[in-house]
Write a protein that binds this ligand. Structure first.
Ligand code: 2AL
Length: 174
């Protein structure tokens, strides 16, 4: 789909198609739809990022809480969204050794206990060793740093999901 086709989508279809570019947050495309027409994929992306940036800190934390744990229960019982499953399996989250799985579960719990929101990282830009290392390191950060960092990772995930849905026009990168 190119940006012209995106701009022609009725509201319901727009929300159906873009409802999970930010995990389980269809309110974001629902809000951004009013900013059509978008001159490019980049402009759509910018509108989403601006919506996220304008949220109060509680809203940003809410977005983080919509994310499933990496290698967590949803992956084990098959209840991840399609996008999330592809990202997690691509990063080897379904192929952890028992020792790695235990460490991941333990650190995910420690992180959530400390910050009250889950650890979020763009799985497609990392491998399992990297994810475990970052999880362990980021547990030590102050809460405000982690809130900002988590939202940065949400934006990376969103960018890649958008690129999977909309064709980029090299002549129209405004
Ligand atoms: C995820 C996810 O589901 N996909 C991804 O890139 N990161 N979850 C998470 N907690 O970081």
């Amino acid at each position: 789909m190119d940006i012209t086709a995106v701009n022609a989508l009725p509201y319901e279809e727009f929300v159906n198609i873009f409802g999970n570019v930010v995990e389980k947050c269809p309110i974001i495309p629902a809000a951004v739809w009013t900013r059509r027409p978008f001159v490019s994929l980049n402009a759509l992306e910018t509108a989403i990022m601006e919506f996220i940036d304008a949220l109060p800190e509680s809203g940003k934390e809410g977005i983080l809480r919509c994310h499933p744990d990496l290698a967590g229960r949803d992956l084990q019982i098959g209840t991840l969204t399609r996008e999330s499953r592809e990202e997690q399996t691509g990063a080897g989250m379904d192929a952890l050794s028992p020792k790695e799985a235990l460490r991941m579960a333990h650190l995910n719990e420690e992180y959530k206990k400390r910050f009250d929101f889950p650890f979020v990282i763009c799985a497609r830009m990392n491998d399992k060793a990297n994810i475990l290392q970052q999880l362990s390191e980021r547990c030590q950060n102050p809460r405000a740093v982690e809130r900002t960092r988590g939202v940065e990772e949400v934006k990376k995930i969103c960018r890649l999901r958008l690129q999977g849905l909309v064709l980029t026009d090299p002549l129209n990168k405004l």
